[in-house]
Design a protein around this ligand. Structure first.
Ligand SMILES: [Zn+2]
Length: 477
């Protein structure tokens, strides 16, 4: 692979930069079937770290993992009217199997509310069977013609949580609890500042009463929906007959929720932090936090490598994810370039002169180099990784704030969404929202929970704002 040529600069063509960095950092490649991608080991390792963090938080909040079938009878999807309408255009359907035409076509799951709803209708009889707190790690298929690795692919990996509760209050509490977990993953692990909020009626999940979301700003000013949590009310319970006998002996429908986060989140990490030299990975999710690059000539080779192995051992013992790049066939300069492209937070350079002085050079992916005593590195690096995380978060937050504007007129909105987020009042009317999308390609990303209270006229039609606060408009992935 040609690594000599630099990446296309972000400012020149962000989209091209994104595709190039994914290929050259060996995160993913295109599959033979249009719309599919292959996730390569380095990309998959990041996904595994995301999984690890989420899985732990899901279990800490009482959820258990389960697995439901990939194939869903078409009749199931038709039971919830909005749901089938929302997903039909992108369904993949199996009509033949085992050399025969099937009696009933099978949808390859686009999401699992229906099949889980069906099973719950058999499992849930009494208030004693509630709540049901399930999560599934798996793949889903939504047919896409335009491929963009991690953002738009026919098949993608995700987790989908599904819960059933006796009351509306409990279900709504669950919706917010899980959104908070996604926000925590973003802020505390991925160093991504996110805005938590409510989707408008137009943008909500097909079949939901309402949808909550976390939205992040990418370095081209566009938004990326990074995780969603839905209150489904009794919609799926009525469609699938999920009823229970309550303590008061009355038979009631359950209230359900669902929430999902996909490998889109990897796209968010790439586009929130990366720069013209490549990826910058948040240390808490990076497969490699520190790379050791020994620098030697033939006569110093043994000495330098021995010290490098010793340092690797000491850092691993501190729980750090360390890689020693001892490949003989590449120059140190080549290695520096490659690990920068792959976004490794810290590089330790070890040369014969450094060793004589009992030190090494620590280089940060955010810039800056400093000599440090070798013996101090196991102590110092965990602190430096935390500081790196904070700096990365602050950098992303500063960027978002510098590209967010309060606007009151339509022309100002059109201008602001070229750069980033526009905070404006909206009347809440779907038709008005659709026109704004047609005319500006921007959509309402969310009604932010933390938004400052206030009223004003709709940015397009002048009718009174519907939400008691400004909403976030942006172009989005
Ligand atoms: Zn309006």
């Amino acid at each position: 692979m040609a690594k000599e040529k630099g990446l296309t600069p972000q400012s020149q063509d962000f989209s091209e930069w994104y595709l190039e960095v994914i290929q050259r950092a060996e995160l993913a490649d295109y599959g033979p079937v249009r719309g599919t991608v292959v996730v390569r080991p380095y990309g998959y390792a990041i996904w595994e770290n995301i999984q690890g963090v989420l899985d732990r938080m899901f279990k800490e909040t009482g959820h258990q993992n389960a697995y439901f079938p990939l194939f869903i009878p078409m009749s199931f999807l038709k039971k919830e009217a909005e749901h089938v309408e929302g997903f039909s255009p992108e369904l993949a359907v199996v009509t033949h199997a085992g050399g025969e035409e099937l009696e009933e076509p099978l949808a390859v799951r686009p999401t699992s509310e229906t099949v889980i709803g069906y099973m719950w209708s058999r499992w849930i009889k009494s208030y004693r069977d509630l709540p049901q707190l399930l999560n599934q790690w798996g793949n889903v298929v939504r047919w896409e013609l335009r491929t963009r690795p991690f953002l738009r692919t026919s098949e993608f990996l995700w987790q989908e949580g599904h819960t059933a509760h006796a009351t509306k209050e409990e279900a709504e509490e669950e919706v917010r609890r899980m959104l908070a977990i996604y926000a925590k993953l973003a802020r505390e692990h991925a160093a991504i500042p996110v805005i938590e909020g409510l989707k408008t009626e137009k943008e909500k999940f097909a079949g939901a009463v309402y949808t909550t979301t976390i939205e992040a700003m990418m370095r081209d000013g566009k938004a990326l929906q990074s995780g969603t949590s839905h209150y489904l009310g009794e919609n799926f319970a009525r469609a699938f007959g999920i009823k229970f006998q309550d303590k008061d002996l009355e038979v009631k429908y359950v209230h359900t929720t669902s929430w999902g986060l996909s490998w889109r989140f990897l796209g968010a990490i790439i586009m929130t932090h990366g720069d013209d030299r490549g990826l910058i990975l948040p240390p808490r999710l990076a497969p490699i936090q520190v790379v050791l690059v020994p620098i030697y000539k033939e006569e110093s080779r043994e000495r330098v490598l021995e010290a490098a192995f010793g340092l690797k051992k000491a850092l691993s013992a501190r729980g750090l994810r360390v890689h020693l790049d001892d490949r003989d066939q590449y120059t140190p300069g080549y290695k520096f370039h490659e690990w920068e492209l792959k976004g490794v937070p810290f590089r330790v350079e070890l040369g014969p002169k450094d060793l004589e002085g009992g030190q090494a050079v620590l280089a940060s992916r955010l810039g800056g180099k400093e000599p440090l005593p070798l013996a101090a590195l196991p102590e110092v690096l965990p602190e430096r990784l935390d500081a790196f995380h904070q700096a990365l978060y602050q950098r992303a937050l500063d960027f978002r704030e510098s590209r967010t504007r309060k606007v009151d007129g339509y022309e100002a909105l059109k201008e602001a969404v070229q750069e980033g987020f526009a905070l404006a009042f909206h009347c809440g009317d779907k038709a008005c929202e659709r026109l704004i999308q047609e005319e500006t390609t921007a959509t309402v990303r969310c009604v932010p929970f933390e938004g400052e209270e206030g009223t004003g006229a709709c940015v397009r039609c002048g009718r009174p704002g519907a939400y008691g606060k400004r909403v976030v408009f942006a172009k989005a992935y």
